[in-house]
Design a protein around this ligand. Structure first.
Ligand SMILES: [Zn+2]
Length: 196
């Protein structure tokens, strides 16, 4: 059963590539959680995260390709955050995904101009890799942070420079609940107020 609340996708970073790597939840915890557990889940993510049409077919090979590219950009993000040199293998993987790049097409929807959505998984993945590359090789890398929750450690962009928790809210809320319980334990009988 996949009833775990961790199964929910998060689209809170405003950057598709960061939302994409967040599809492997709690990756450094004892129980990492794969949100892309089958081809249908990847299809759903592409629709919600990148505006792909439901007609975009997702095969098992596509799912494997997406997870593989996700791992590569996660490794590159980790290296950037750690101030380490990017591992050659991850760079090579990113380049292989980029070889499948096709540019977005402009289209008109409801009388308005829109950037086209990806029409295949390979195209979608190449866009995500390109976006990651642009962030990680540019000024945007300085805004990246890791969630303070030790089991989460999700990467997110923090233009304010003040966030401790990933924008999914899950970690921040969990932390506030725990802190509230700690305070209640330490000060018996004292009303420490509600959890925000
Ligand atoms: Zn988190």
């Amino acid at each position: 059963m996949k009833s775990d609340s961790r199964s929910e996708f998060t689209f809170s970073t405003g950057r598709p590539w960061l939302d994409f790597i967040a599809t492997l939840a709690d990756r450094l915890g004892e129980e990492p959680f794969e949100r892309l557990w089958d081809t249908g889940r990847l299809a759903l993510w592409l629709q919600r995260g990148m505006g792909a049409e439901p007609e975009v077919k997702v095969t098992e090979a596509d799912l494997e390709h997406a997870r593989w590219a996700r791992e590569a950009i996660q490794v590159l993000a980790d290296a950037a955050l750690d101030g380490a040199a990017p591992p050659q293998r991850a760079v090579a993987a990113a380049n292989r995904a980029l070889e499948l790049y096709e540019p977005p097409r402009a289209r008109i929807e409801g009388g308005r101009l829109r950037a086209g959505a990806p029409t295949s998984v390979e195209t979608a993945v190449s866009w995500l890799v390109l976006e990651a590359l642009q962030t990680l090789s540019g000024d945007g890398a300085r805004l990246l942070r890791r969630c303070a929750a030790p089991d989460c450690r999700a990467v997110f962009a923090d233009p304010s420079g003040r966030r401790r928790w990933c924008p999914s809210d899950r970690c921040g809320v969990k932390h506030r609940v725990r802190a509230h319980r700690e305070r209640a334990k330490q000060v018996p009988g004292e009303d420490v107020g509600g959890v925000p």
